[in-house]
Design a protein around this ligand. Sequence first.
Ligand SMILES: [Zn+2]
Length: 210
Amino acid sequence: MSESADLLALELPWRLALEEGWAAFCAGNPPVGAAITDSDGVVVALGRSRFHDHSGPVGQLAGTALAHAEVNALAQIAPGDHRGWTLWSSLQPCPLCAAAAMTAQCGEVRFLAADPMWAGAERLPELNAAVSLRWPHFDGPQPGWPACWQTALSVAYQTARGRGDSDAVTAREQMAPGAARLGRALGGDADRLTNLVKLTLSAAIGELLG
Ligand SMILES: [Zn+2]
């Protein structure tokens, strides 16, 4: 996997979303990051999960289970018609974040790794015609190493907290056994984890996937 794990080969919003997710993980949060681009493709907002942070930037959630990466990115854009805008997330948005993207009138949502805990969430726009009309277009999961990295980090996060037998891990092992194995090994090795979070994203990717 190492020869293909080239961070610089990714589109900028993906790189930034992964950087945000890595920063979240290194700070003890679920490893999820997000970016928003406007209709010109310019990055206008970044966000990361802040479940366990004591504080965050003004206008963003921290220290609550609602402090999701996508919500924190979307909270930075002014109300308006953003149908030409794109929310980029390292992980498939949960229903909270998917609904937030709809409410913010963001037209497109792209994500790297599937989140099997939310399998079936693609049926949410079937609720009614109004929701269907406003629901963003979803694009994901993406192939390749970034999704593997994301899944491994998600499993490492759970495993390191003693939740290696949780539904979230089991579902990922069924979805992507190789990535889950990397994540379980990392999450079960406290010394390795301590050293890994000292690295830059690029170096950490090389260490985990190399
Ligand atoms: Zn979410």
